[in-house]
Every structure is written in C-alpha cells, then in structure tokens.
Design a protein around this ligand. Structure first.
Ligand code: NI
Length: 386
C-alpha cells in the first residue's frame, strides 16, 4: 500500500478556522454540510447529503470490511468572547466544544485516505446535532450503518482537559448516559399567611430536591459512578401567595449498571412518595437522551497501539472519562469501536473549559487527531486478526 501523505497542517487549520467563523446549531448545519459535500466530491468519494437531516456521508468502497469514521459538526448557543481573528461571525453562536476541529480533521483524513487501496471500505459520517443528542440516531435511522454494513466505528473528541500531545483512550464506558427528568408538583395555592389552608408545592419541591440527592448517596452501589443534578426550579409569582404548583427539571448521569436501570423508577418513587407525604401529588416525565458511550476492548487496544506509535506510549493516558454525554454512544451501541480524547489544551498554558465563551484549542491537536484517525482506519482495515 502507498504510504499516507503527510498531514497538511495549513489546510487543516484554515478549514477549522473557516468553520469556526461560521458556526451553525444542531440540524441547521447547511453551510458546513455544503462545504463537506464539495470537498468530499472533489476527492471522488460517493457523497450522500441529507442523512439525518443535515448529515453528510462520504463513502469509498472496496471489497472487505467497512470502517466508519465519525465527526460531529454542530456549534452551541454561546456568544464567543475570544478576540481572535477567526472568531465567530454569528452573534450568539459559537464552536465552543471543538466540533469545528472535528470536521476539519474528518476532511483531512478523507483527503489522506482517498488515494489509498485500503483493503476495505471507509465511510465518513459527518454528524449533525450532537449537542442535543439527536444527530447520531437521526443518521442511524437514515441507514448510515448499512450499505455497506459498517463493521467498526471510530471517533475522537478534542479535549481541553488534556494537554496537546497526549491522547486518552481506554476500553469500557468513557462518557456517561444522559437522562432528563421533569417533575411537576401539584399542591393547593392560597395566602402566604395561612399555609394551613394550602398544600405548599414550594416546600414539597425543596424536600424532593433534597431527597433526590440521597439516591446517589444511599440507593446506588458506591463502587459505581452516578450524578443526579436538579438544575431548574420554577414556582410562584408573588411573595405573599403560595402557588399551586412547582416544576423541577434535572439530569441523571451514569456509566450504565444497576443505577442506570433503576434511576427512572427511583426518581419517580422519590418524587411521588415525598409529595404524598405532604398531601401533594407529583407527576414525573423521564426521558433517556443517550446511553453511556462504551468502547470495545479489542478496538480500544488497537487505537491505543496506534496512539502510542504516534505520540509515544508515555503520552497515552488511561482513565480519561467524563460524566458528560456524547451521542457517538449510539454508533458504539450498534457496532464495536472506540472513541478517544485528543488533548487540545496548550502545553503549560491554561485552557478554557468546553462550552465556555472563551473556549479555544491548541491547533497542533488537529494534526494529532488527523494522524490518529487516519492511522486507526488503515490499521483496522489491514489487521484482519482483530
Ligand atoms: Ni462535543
């Protein structure tokens, strides 16, 4: 096989900065999708736009197995506070999670793989709407894993919790399930000075919030990870009126296991039980947004070997996990694969957190990400033993 062409750093950075200046929210990524479509067609990929609404699939077929490489494309409703020349030109929208870099990396990998005889098919999934957890499912429903059938999937996230020059990769669950709950507490309103004539939903809500915290401390196996956060509280409109209802919203995060299975029932029972003790009623809506992201053991070992080869084994980090969610989980629930974290914080410097208005990356991480994904695709298609 011909060797991989060197990474074109200038083009990679230019593409990332172009997309950074033109951020688009989930399922609105039309400019980004058009740019991807044009570039992939120029490289002679078979391109199908409109997979999962604004998603784009690029395919290069060959006999043998099929590997899918996934890059998410969407931005966030954040106002950029960086004063860089390539800052967002859209008010209130920003690539504050690094997905601009993921697109640039995907296109660079496509450019490098295009002229090679890979011994198998490679399929690029440029995915919309990761931030709202809907894009991966939309692409899967539209058949991205079929024709040809995908045998393995790989992806990366640029990661500001790690310095550039390091990669986090490990088998098992590395990103958490994302569940959302909404609790409505129905009491009986009345005068603030006559609480005995009311059923105060504000007080009930306070007890429900406190009781929900005991799920993690008392209903979960302490050796398994979980978070329960109540993040919204809405009730009342006047200081001297006890309202008749209160609303709570929040999220449960896990790496799977029995607490993941039990959480919907536990949240419901807790809210309803506490409410009942006060003579109120609670209704609970519980929605699963995404499952935990679980890396396949063999393919994580493959990606770790590729990473070690690229940056040295001492720079490959074990144990990098987060309770944040990622809808790549849906791909990895359908086919085996691995999702790695590519360090993007400046060496020795401070990096702003993901989703913050001052988020930015060390662009050397783009080169490392492009190398990692290119090489892992080549290695997977070459290595029939795995
Ligand atoms: Ni992200």
């Amino acid at each position: 096989m011909k060797p991989l062409a060197p990474v074109d750093r200038a083009s990679l950075v230019a593409t990332r900065r172009d997309i950074h200046q033109h951020p688009e929210l989930g399922f609105e990524e039309t400019r980004t999708a058009n740019l991807i479509t044009d570039r992939l067609r120029g490289l002679n990929y078979h391109v199908t736009p409109g997979i999962g609404k604004t998603g784009v699939v690029g395919l290069k077929t060959n006999a043998g197995r099929c590997v899918l490489l996934r890059a998410d494309m969407d931005a966030l409703p954040v106002q950029e506070a960086n004063a860089v020349p390539y800052r967002s030109q859209q008010a209130g929208k920003m690539h504050a999670c690094g997905h601009d870099g993921h697109v640039a990396i995907g296109l660079e990998v496509a450019r490098r793989l295009a002229p090679l005889d890979l011994g198998g098919s490679v399929k690029f999934a440029f995915q919309p709407a990761e931030e709202v957890s809907d894009g991966a499912q939309a692409m899967i429903s539209d058949g991205v894993l079929e024709q040809p059938k995908v045998d393995a999937a790989f992806g990366i996230h640029l990661w500001n919790d790690l310095p550039v020059g390091t990669i986090g990769v490990m088998a098992g669950p590395v990103m958490a399930s994302v569940d959302q709950f909404e609790i409505e507490i129905l009491g009986r309103g009345g005068h603030a000075a006559a609480p005995h004539q009311t059923i105060d939903p504000v007080l009930v809500a306070a007890h429900v919030i406190t009781a929900l915290q005991s799920l993690v401390s008392r209903r979960r196996d302490p050796l398994s990870e979980a978070v329960v956060s109540v993040t919204e509280v809405h009730a009342g409109q006047a200081f001297n009126v006890i309202p008749d209802r209160a609303q709570l919203r929040g999220t449960v995060r896990t790496f799977g296991g029995s607490f993941f299975d039990d959480a919907p029932q536990l949240v419901k029972e807790t809210a309803q039980g506490v409410a009942a003790a006060f003579g109120a009623q609670a209704t609970v809506q519980y929605r699963r947004l995404s499952a935990p992201l679980i890396n396949n053991e063999k393919l994580s070992a493959l990606m770790r070997d590729v990473a070690a080869d690229l940056i040295g084994a001492e720079n490959v980090r074990q144990g990098v996990r987060t309770m944040g969610g990622e809808d790549m989980a849906f791909f990895l629930a359908s086919v085996p694969g691995c999702f790695a974290f590519v360090g993007s914080a400046p060496k020795g410097g401070r990096a702003s957190p993901h989703h913050s208005p001052t988020f930015d990356i060390d662009e050397e991480s783009l080169v490392i990400g492009a190398e990692l994904l290119s090489r892992v695709a080549v290695a997977y298609l070459r290595d029939d033993g795995r």
